[in-house]
Design a protein around this ligand. Sequence first.
Ligand code: AMP
Length: 548
Amino acid sequence: MRGLMQSQPLLISDLLTFAERFHGQVEIVSRRVEGDIHRYTFRDAARRARQVAYAIDAEALEFSDRVATLAWNGYRHVELYFGVSGSGRVLHTINPRLTPEQVRWMVRHAQDRVFCFELSFLPLVKAICAQCPSVERWVALCGQDKLPANTGIPNLVSYEAWIGGRSDAYTWPRFEEDTASSLCYTSGTSGDPKGVLYSHRSTVLHSFAVSMPDALCLSARDVVLPVVPMFHVNAWGLIYAAAAVGFKLVLPGPSLDGASVYELIEQEKVTMAAGVPTVWQMLLGHMQGRELRFSTLRRTVIGGAAVPPAMYAEFADRHGVEVIHAWGMTETSPVGTVATLNAAQMRLDPQEQRRLRLKQGHALFGVDMRIVDELGQELSWDGKAFGDLQVRGPWIISAYYSGGTCEYTDPHAALQDGWFATGDVATIDADGFMQITDRSKDVIKSGGEWISSVEIENVAMLHPAVAMAACIGIKHPKWDERPVIVVMRKPDMELSRDDILALFEGRVAKWQIPDDVLFVEEIPLGATGKVQKNKLRALCRDYVTWAA
Ligand code: AMP
């Protein structure tokens, strides 16, 4: 017997329609590429998103055709989020920190037909446009008055001219909720990038899940600053959640330095901000020397990489800001787990609470997880056994995108027995709190034992003169690999090899202490702000600790 309830497809356009009706006056505030602040409401965004849909229809795009964006977090990007997906096309967000070669590769793979870009990326677009034959329309995200002449880019139009003058009476089409809505390529460190193709259903379900009180606890009384870029896993779903929940959105544009982010938080009375640790490092660094304080910020969501305990302490102890540590991946939409505490855990002593909050946390309802050994056998949830983390659920990938109009090749390619292997190594404790010990490729295997590079980095980061630290394994004739810690000093601060090594005494087992400390001017970061350990390993290829 079937239930007798209505069956409505879960569509992204409905999020916007809801926001327009119930949160029409709520503001979306953006810092523009030009540096000034733009301010309007969800009602305005909805109106312009419908104009975007008309503009796309005018290009004669087919259902599911791809529209690429190369853009920062800003209001026009919000309009494209809803206008492109809402009209049944696929929004392909591209990371502008990639090389022209990588961007070109992705455009050709996805066969994007329209390409919208921030004017500041004009040189990049000029470099690739001749080799992107699928693109029929190039749209510069600016007013007609700002559009440069003689760019050599064919069919170039300004965004305002493209959508301007069009009706805003568009009726959003209805279609199946499993229809593709957006596309994001993973920043693969080896091989070609892999496309993750989200659906309307996965996106809407993820919006419900992240908003819940024991997830990111989002409400219509919040003012949220997603520093996490809209080109990386849909800004962790916060744009869609804003429409569903009705919180004020504050978008930082290209200005992610500590001073600009701090100014925006204070001016717009931000209550919650979300980003990767490297961004918070810049913000806290800016505040430290100046004795600055937050007047409204209550919570910060940190993910994308483990929260260093020292950063947690700075937020919590110095600023009274709650740190919500979350884990996820491009392949998981992204939020999979969040480290929020239940009533019993809140009664634990503060040290123990912090220990839990520094883990990656419990799964959200909808995400199932397990850890397995090399043979695929499930490991126990005792907080000690560590193995490969696998997940499954309605907003977890089932297969990578094979390009063009093909949705997938082999649906089992990304899965093992219906589970997605994350490539992360983790423990899970009896309460279901998961802790990442490493990326499987970053674990250091020394004498048959595994050393967590993350744990070593966290110890090194305790030193106030350390700006950033990364631990890698170096080949060793006896032990197979040995850990070495690569350290970037804070400017004008003294720091010696012995200062660093002294930190490890009593904090980790003797055999886990790094064999050496290498000081560098800069630690290479990838396009999403993560340490590129493959580059560090390449730099240290000929380095030997055992002869040192
Ligand atoms: P991406 O798909 O680029 O977002 O990268 C996903 C990867 O980032 C995960 O597989 C983890 O290795 C890492 N990651 C994400 N969140 C965390 C976290 N909270 N702690 C540790 N690693 C994380």
